[in-house]
Each structure stands twice: as C-alpha cells, then as structure tokens.
Design a protein around this ligand. Structure first.
Ligand code: SF4
Length: 293
C-alpha cells in the first residue's frame, strides 16, 4: 500500500462540551518523536508514499512531554525520512499556530490539505461548545494560510442545532461558510450524547424539524461552494497516487492528489506505488477528471 497511518498521540485535553472522547480515552499522551520518525522511515522502506499522522488534536502534540512541537515534528519527518507526502488528522483551531502555517507553506512534503473543524460560526455557540477560540481568530488564521498556500484544500466539521443556537447564531454559520468557502464539510445536526457536559447541563432545545431545516440549508450551500471550488481547479496540475480502478470502467483510475482531492483519469496501467502527474481537465457532477501529462 502506498498510504499508511501513524498514531502520534492518544486522548484529548479539550473537553468540548458535546464530546465523550476525553472521558473515554483520557488525557492526551504524545508518543516519543524519535519513535514516530523511526516508524515513518520504516514505512517508506516498504514503499509507503503518504503517511497520515493521527491524534485527536495533532496540533498540541508534544506539549504534554516537553518534546518537540507538532510543526517541529513535521519538519523532522520531512527532512529526516524519505516519505513523499505528509498529512495529519485532526487539528484543533485553538492550537493552530503561525509556526504551523509557516511549515505547511514552506515544507514541500507537507500536503496542502487541512481539516480544521470549525463547528459553528457563532461565538455564543463556540463558547457553549467550549471550543476556546473566537470565530474571528479562526477566519484570520485561514486567511493567513490561504494567502501563503493558494492551492489549499480546506475541509471542516459543522454542527447545527446545538443547545441554545438561535436563528442569528445559525446565520453566523451560514455567513462563515460563505466567507471561508470550505472545499468540503462534514455537516451534522446536534444529537445529545449521554454523559457529556452538554447533555448534563444544556436543554436540547432546538426542535428536530428546525435542526433538519438548518442542516439542509448548509448542505445545499456547501454543494454550491464545493462545485465552484472544484471548477476552479480545472487547468491545475496535480501529483496523484493511483487508488483503485473504477467499478464501471476498467480503464478509469481513481487517484488521490497531494491536496487529498479525488481525481479520475484514463489509463490502461494501474501504477501501484507511483506518483503520477496530471492536469485537471473537467468536472462532471462532483467528480474532477484529469489527463496524464
Ligand atoms: Fe477533543 Fe475533538 Fe472531542 Fe474536542 S471534539 S474534546 S478536540 S476529541
């Protein structure tokens, strides 16, 4: 396989009010950086091209141990191993630093892909969620990164119908989506999760019908934004790892770009373990099509 995952930390210190993870998995514990670098180096010897570093909040990696920070870890992996592409999941906006922005923009091996869960566009809701950032800070950080990395593929998570979310709060989320123009978003309606702070302390007071309406509104909006963003990539050149053959057409290959976009191209050969170069030539529905160059 050309792709592999390496866990860099477990647990989480953040206690978002809707989330059970810190209670189930405990406090954040970072792995030793030398071990992680060794794991990545060994994977490259087996032909791995892309590694995804995993943690509930990779951005706070190393802070518990006083080991190197996450941006330093990325730099070390990029410079001390033969891995070609480095991706990571998940990032918390409050720990997304200028140092990390600098590393993403300057280290070629660090992919121009970021999943940065925003959850809501309303400061009132973010505070109740215990997310510990203001929406203005989130927008500023993204603007800084996009300026340095125009090809960035930015995805997010959004929850609608959080306890106490008013129509005005929801409109803040809609406005945020229009401002930031995420390439893609995972969108949910709030569901009470037992034994979380929010289920114990907040009434689930947005009617289900209203939650579904709000969810549909942002899904429709995101479909339009995604289409425009993908259309804007036509003519761009991509490096691609072939993933699999299409079920319907054996000459069609589905590949993953360094920006974590799926692209379809025609080729009689399925070049396992190679990076192929192509130009995006058209968009059909939600699918980007490329041609080998
Ligand atoms: Fe931690 Fe993520 Fe859960 Fe927040 S949502 S507590 S950052 S795992």
């Amino acid at each position: 396989p050309a792709k592999a995952f390496v866990t860099i930390s477990s647990g989480c210190n953040n206690f978002c009010s809707y989330c059970i993870v810190p209670y189930l998995r405990g406090r954040e514990i970072s792995r030793n950086s030398a071990e992680i670098i060794d794991d990545v180096a060994k994977l490259t010897q087996k032909g791995v091209i892309q590694v995804t570093l995993l943690g509930q909040n990779v951005n706070s990696y190393g802070l518990d141990k006083g080991d190197i920070t996450f941006p330093e870890l990325l730099k070390k992996i990029a410079r001390e191993t033969d891995i070609k592409w480095i991706k990571y999941l998940s990032s918390h906006p409050k720990d997304f630093t200028d140092e990390l922005i600098e590393v993403i923009s300057s280290e070629d091996k660090v992919a121009n892909y970021l999943h940065l869960a925003v959850q809501s566009g309303s400061n009132n809701v973010l505070e109740k969620m215990n997310r510990k950032y203001k929406i203005e800070t989130y927008i500023d950080k993204i603007a800084k990164l996009k300026k340095l990395v125009p090809s960035l593929n930015l995805t997010t998570d959004i929850i609608v119908g959080f306890p106490g979310e008013t129509s005005a709060d929801f409109q803040d989320t809609v406005n945020l989506m229009k401002t930031v123009e995420f390439d893609d978003a995972y969108m949910y309606k709030y569901n009470t999760r037992e034994n979380t702070y929010s289920s114990n302390n907040f009434a689930d007071d947005v009617p289900d019908e209203e939650k579904l309406d709000r969810l549909q509104t942002i899904i429709d909006l995101q479909i339009d934004i995604r289409k425009n963003k993908k259309a804007g990539r036509i003519g761009d050149i991509f490096e691609v790892i072939p993933e699999r053959k299409s079920k319907n057409n054996q000459n069609e290959i589905l590949g993953l770009t360094k920006e974590d976009l799926m692209i379809i191209y025609n080729s009689p050969d399925f070049e396992i373990g190679k990076i192929v170069k192509m130009k995006a030539v058209k968009l059909i529905g939600n699918s980007l099509f490329g041609e080998r160059i």
